[in-house]
Design a protein around this ligand. Structure first.
Ligand code: BGC
Ligand code: ZN
Length: 340
């Protein structure tokens, strides 16, 4: 293993709020956002070679023969819940020097992405979400990737909730897909994220000073909300301003807090009278990994500085406590395992 990213899921596991060791084990090796180098392959391996840089998939199929999702290689849609996730649920992860794995779960990345390849896994979340957005919006005349005619009139507008790695990578993917993109985040202005967001062509809107109603005025009709914070109160407030034919995507996993009040009549009226769709999405399939590798390459060409600045700290494994047990700040902080 070369690099392993740390996210909220890892911190939750380290405070024993989430996660599960492999059966029979008293401990769990964490680490699911990773970048490794292939050192050795067995005789039946044909797709990866020693020296390849690879990003392993996280989720592995459940054992049930009647799980249509898992038996089709789509364990990210597992029906039974008996899937495992390396570094999270029932299987050891990647925060360790060496890993043995099956080539089918390996995604080879170009050598040029060595420095930022660890961002592939968090980007897969956005890629899977976007694929589903295109699928949903096939119900109406829309600009989908590869569609020959660009829609006359305005471009589509997306609001990203949260300026963490999943939000920022999602915002880059949305800009790349042609959305006028707004990142709505609590971090007060000025802060380095404002310029970062502007540098790749999105707009930063501060949630502390711009209430949701004002956000609606500023953006106009919102075609897509990409939620990436796991704060349900804010999410449902923003859902109230989703536009006609709009799609709202949840990717965050909130901790359990006190119930919040929402105006359910208003939400339901809007959903029906404005053809809205709300969906949640977790984990990612092979296609999302491939899309993420492609897009990360594009981002790194278009906005090299912005992509690099998403990785705010690189610490040796000895300093794991700083990233896992404290509040390290920054955007994506990673643990470096390679000793070159
Ligand atoms: C990971 C996903 C995983 C999810 C739920 C996220 O942090 O990136 O791969 O499916 O947690 O465990
Ligand atoms: Zn994660």
């Amino acid at each position: 293993m070369l690099d392993v990213g740390v996210c909220g899921t890892d911190r939750e596991i380290c405070s024993f709020e989430y996660g599960e060791p492999p059966s029979g084990s008293e401990y769990l090796v964490i680490g699911h956002e990773s970048l490794g180098e292939v050192l050795e392959v067995g005789p039946a391996v044909s797709r990866v070679r020693p020296g390849d840089l690879v990003v392993p998939m996280v989720r592995r199929p459940c054992p049930h023969e009647d799980c249509l999702a898992c038996t089709s290689g789509r364990q990210d849609f597992c029906y039974t819940g008996d899937f495992t996730e390396r570094g999270i649920k029932g299987a050891h992860g990647f925060m360790t020097e060496f890993v043995v794995d099956d080539e089918r779960y390996m995604n080879v990345i170009p050598q040029e992405l060595r420095e930022v390849g660890v961002l592939v896994e968090p980007l897969t979340i956005a890629e899977k979400a976007l694929t589903q957005v295109w699928q949903v919006q096939q119900r109406l005349p829309w600009v989908t990737p590869g569609s020959p005619k660009r829609e006359r009139g305005r471009s589509h507008r997306a609001v990203v909730l949260g300026a963490g790695p999943v939000g920022l990578l999602g915002a880059m993917a949305l800009v790349t897909a042609g959305f006028e993109t707004y990142v709505y985040s609590r971090s007060p202005v000025p802060n380095p994220k404002v310029e970062l967001v502007a540098s790749f062509g999105a707009h930063y809107v501060c949630a502390e000073t711009t209430p949701v109603a004002q956000l609606a005025e500023q953006v106009g009709s919102i075609d897509l909300v990409y939620e990436a914070v796991g704060a349900s109160q804010l999410a449902f407030e923003v859902m109230e301003i989703l536009g006609t034919n709009g799609v709202f995507v949840f990717t965050g996993v909130p901790g359990r807090k006190a119930p919040v009040e929402v105006d359910t009549d208003r939400l339901m009226r809007n959903l029906v009278l404005q053809n809205q769709v709300v969906f949640g999405t977790v984990n990612a399939g092979k296609d999302a990994f491939e899309a993420a590798i492609r897009d990360l390459g594009r981002f790194a060409k278009r906005w090299p500085e912005a992509v690099r600045s998403l990785i705010t700290r690189r610490v040796p494994i000895e300093s794991y406590q700083e990233l896992l047990l404290r509040q390290p700040g920054g955007i994506k902080n990673i643990i470096v395992l390679s000793r070159e």
